[in-house]
Design a protein around this ligand. Structure first.
Ligand code: GAL
Length: 633
């Protein structure tokens, strides 16, 4: 696999006379990919039907003549102002019922069919012109679905679409009333046309109603994306990709990604640390200039699964960003480390965002590879260093890990719908398990809940899946390795009701959760042999033997052979114990690593990354802060 580096470039931001020198400098730095066009609608079609693609023709020529491969973006994340004259109701609407105004980006509602037609039109125009152009080596569709909280829209278009979607799903309103339990609080409906979106209710809406709207909203992202994949698959043979984000869980990326060829994501390690990580202040201080040691890797592994093995980082943080609460500069060496870490997890390409820092607009203080005055910013030399190192890279490929972690978007929505505890979050639970596995030096594959690849693994963690698909239960019945389910497994049916006979409703497990408790952060329930349960404890009843209990005697781990149900949320030390025991059972070697050091195995090499602020000696190697090392396996 030919791995490469690239950069995001906005030719429309710079005088045309600048393009040749920019392209030559990209190539001189060892970059091979350039992504363009994803926000350029107003410059491609300044007025309805008036097309000015000539500048894009020339930009493509300059970049390709310099030797760069082009990813061309469809510009649908930035509908121009004039489009609103045509479709004033295409704006997304916030939960309070207020339209989200023009003046930034992503202001459209996914459900708006008129806007979908406009997207089909502009995508077709682009694909007619460039679809068979060999210089266009990939297409990016739109930009960061869901970023800026844009999946859920409470618009008229969404209400109409939701009613249609409900009518198709339930066929009759009686069926819907029964499925949702609308007898509760006299919420029965007489017709699908009576059903509104679940916002602005007096107190919480029916969770089944909320969950249906969450599923509907996720489906709209997939449907919206499909409008463009249909055009591009017809008119181009180049692979199609989208750039996903970190910790955006409002739509099911596995569904959307099924229509695309490559998953890519936008990795801003330091922005994510301060903006979207649950961690204490000490942790954030330790990793302030490096980013969290597991957050990027988690998304690399997640998007490798979404892309069915094919994935990139298409935007890599190159220096301070502008959008986190604070925006420090990375430690020297971190840009190189982040880049190598992506390759170690199997990325085909890593592209930096962006080429030159913009002196205008919203992101003036967001670093690029060049300063606004075109002088090299620190990241350019690190990118060039990786480009040189890549030339000498033996052919590093991805290996299937022995450990899998199941990630399920619908569970995130279900947890949000009825959290039962103020600090309850599905992502947080799954991520804590991922961290635990990485503390043990394990390489991890993330898989969707309907995976057919379970037999490939020896150890599977599937925490918190609120509705286990039947396919997963079937796969489990013949799974020979160790699996740890729970807590909150099968806690609800697909219609958000308690399952008959009480959760976790696992075939072959005579086990019932009779009652449960959510716990404030001050409460810890000690476990025999060490570690604690926090946040959540389920009380079990049934004949399945418990292999681990709280010191109070309450059963915690109920086990049928190598299949275990974990009835509480483990803290780090309990998790480390559970992982150690499971690895011992399966003969999986662990390599517990010092704080901040992380390991990832490819098919031929073990990679080491030091996220810590100090040098460490490990496996006979001295790694400075921001150090990267690799050795053959
Ligand atoms: C990404 C986005 C880019 C740019 C970048 C800044 O989320 O796709 O267009 O805004 O953030 O960090």
């Amino acid at each position: 696999m030919q791995r490469g580096l690239g950069v995001c470039y906005y030719p429309e931001h710079w005088p045309e006379t600048q393009w040749p020198e920019d392209a030559a400098r990209m190539v001189a730095a060892g970059l091979t990919w350039v992504r363009i066009g994803e926000f350029a609608w107003s410059r491609l079609e300044p007025e309805p039907g008036v097309l000015t693609f000539d500048w894009l023709d020339r930009a493509i020529a300059v970049l390709a003549n310099a030797g760069l491969k082009i990813v061309l973006g469809t510009p649908t994340a930035t509908p121009p102002r004039w489009l609103l004259h045509k479709h004033p109701d295409m704006l997304a609407v916030d939960r309070e019922g207020r339209p989200r105004k023009f003046g930034s980006r992503r202001h459209y509602c996914f459900s708006h069919l008129g806007f979908r037609d406009e997207c089909r039109r502009i995508t077709t125009l682009l694909a007619d012109r460039y679809g068979r152009d060999p210089r266009i080596c990939a297409w990016q569709l739109d930009n960061e679905y869901g970023c800026h909280d844009t999946v859920l829209s409470w618009s008229e278009a969404a209400r109409t679409g939701f009613r249609d979607w409900l009518a198709q799903r339930y066929q009759s309103v009686d069926h819907l009333n029964r499925a949702w339990g609308n007898v509760f609080w006299s919420m029965d409906y007489g017709s699908f046309d009576d059903i509104d979106l679940p916002n602005l209710t007096v107190t919480e809406p029916n969770p089944a109603h909320v969950m249906a709207f969450r599923r509907y909203s996720s489906d709209q992202v997939t449907a919206f994306n499909r409008v463009q994949t249909a055009v591009l698959h017809r008119l181009s043979a180049a692979p199609l990709l989208h750039n996903y984000m970190g910790r955006v869980t409002e739509f099911d990326h596995f569904d959307t990604g099924a229509d695309l060829d490559i998953a890519t994501w936008d990795s801003y390690p330091m922005g994510f640390l301060l903006d979207r990580l649950d961690a204490d202040e000490a942790h954030k201080a330790t990793y302030l200039r490096q980013g969290d040691p597991d957050f990027q890797a988690f998304h690399h592994d997640l998007y490798r699964a979404v892309g069915r093995g094919r994935w990139w980082v298409i935007e890599q943080q190159p220096g301070p960003v502008n959008w986190a609460p604070w925006n420090p500069a990375p430690l020297p060496g971190m840009v190189r480390l982040w880049t190598w870490e992506a390759f170690a997890h199997g990325a085909e390409a890593v592209c930096y965002f962006r080429w030159r820092q913009a002196p205008f607009g919203q992101e003036q203080l967001h670093a690029g590879l060049l300063r606004p005055d075109s002088v090299a910013a620190p990241a350019l030399a690190e990118a060039a260093e990786v480009a040189r190192e890549l030339q000498a890279l033996p052919n590093v490929g991805t290996a299937t890990a022995r450990v899998a972690l199941v990630f399920d978007y619908a569970s995130q929505w279900a947890w949000e719908t009825q959290p039962q505890g103020a600090d309850f979050d599905y992502f947080r639970l799954v991520f804590s398990v991922y961290r635990g596995l990485r503390r043990a030096g394990l390489s991890v594959d993330i898989v969707p809940p309907d995976t057919d690849r379970l037999p490939a693994y020896d150890l599977v963690f599937a925490p918190g899946i609120m509705t286990l698909p039947d396919s997963f239960l079937t796969a489990l019945s013949s799974f020979a390795g160790t699996v740890i389910l729970g807590p909150r497994t099968n806690a609800r049916t697909a219609e958000f009701a308690l399952p008959d006979g009480l959760p976790p409703a696992l075939p072959g497990f005579d086990l019932r959760i009779t009652h449960l408790e959510s716990l404030p952060p001050t409460e810890a329930l000690p476990v025999n042999g060490g570690g604690n349960v926090r946040h959540w404890m389920e009380h079990l009843d049934g004949t399945v033997p418990s292999t681990l209990c709280l010191t109070s005697g309450l059963p915690l781990l109920a086990s049928v052979g190598r299949q275990h149900y974990l009835a509480g949320w483990p803290d780090d030390s309990l998790l480390d114990r559970l992982i150690a025991t499971a690895c011992a059972t399966e003969g999986i070697p662990r390599t517990p690593v010092p704080d901040g050091l992380r390991i990832r195995d490819s098919d031929t090499h073990r990679f080491y990354f030091n996220y810590g602020p100090h040098s460490v000696v490990f496996d006979g190697m001295a790694l400075p802060a921001a150090g990267v090392a690799m050795r053959p396996l």
